[in-house]
Design a protein around this ligand. Structure first.
Ligand SMILES: [Zn+2]
Length: 247
């Protein structure tokens, strides 16, 4: 074996080993979190003391999840509050993220620094509230991310196999629950309001489309995934159609 070949082999081994260690960390990060609280279907971990108000937040999350056809009462969810920046970065690879599930690899939910007592996440921009804080409390972020874990019941790597408007739209549809207003979203969509631009990091347009397909068209989420209709086609339909069927 030449010296270069040997070096390549060693580098390959080190890279594979690092990947396996990192994967193990994503699957079982419990040892990084000193605090734990169990409640109903949830196993909560945090690097800070967990206030009892978490139970009110989780009751709200459960109420949202029960609206999903993917939810089963036997489901268990592990949630990790990463209040410290390095933990969030290590487990999500994004310092600005609200929450994340490494879909397909693990169903663990990672959430950024939060004020659990206030049912809020802390904005990555110091001194500022997060966008649309009224309809996106902490319970929204938790239910949104848990929905991504539930989506793996249909397809393990749904975020790769399925259009983003379906994956994110449904997570928002379950995440926002009753805080969603179809007419308001529809008007914002017709007026090209900035909240309808997914480039802002908001999934309102996708949420509207999923609400249209499920609540107006009467499809199940599984049917939406199966059909995988083109986003443009549904957008045109939504612009032209005078929707009266919405309850
Ligand atoms: Zn998402």
């Amino acid at each position: 074996m030449t010296r270069i070949n040997k070096k390549v082999k060693i580098s390959g081994f080190i890279i594979s080993l690092s990947f396996l260690i990192y994967l193990g960390l994503l699957l079982c990060p419990n040892f990084l979190f000193a605090n734990r609280h169990k409640y109903k279907n949830f196993d909560i971990y945090s690097d800070r003391k967990i206030p009892i108000e978490i139970e009110d937040v989780l009751t709200e999350v459960l109420k949202k999840l029960k609206k999903s056809e993917l939810y089963e009462s036997t489901d268990k969810f592990s949630i990790y509050f990463c209040n410290t920046q390095w933990r969030l970065l290590l487990l999500t690879r994004n310092p600005n993220v609200g929450g994340l599930v490494n879909q397909g690899l693990s169903n663990n939910v990672f959430i950024r620094e939060s004020e659990i007592e206030k049912n809020k996440i802390v904005s990555p921009t110091k001194g500022q509230e997060i966008a649309l804080v009224e309809e996106r409390p902490l319970s929204y972020f938790l239910a949104h991310e848990i929905t991504h874990s539930l989506q793996t019941k249909i397809e393990r790597f749904m975020h790769i196999t399925t259009p983003k408007y379906i994956v994110e739209g449904y997570a928002d549809y379950i995440g926002k629950g009753s805080l969603f207003d179809f007419k308001k979203y529809q008007n914002n969509f017709k007026n090209n309001h900035f909240t309808m631009n997914p480039a802002t990091g908001l999934y309102n347009k996708y949420h509207l489309i999923i609400a249209y397909l499920i609540d107006v068209k009467g499809l199940s989420f599984r049917e939406v995934v199966k059909q995988k209709r083109s986003l443009k086609e549904i957008e045109n339909e939504l612009k032209n159609e005078n929707i009266k069927m919405y309850k």
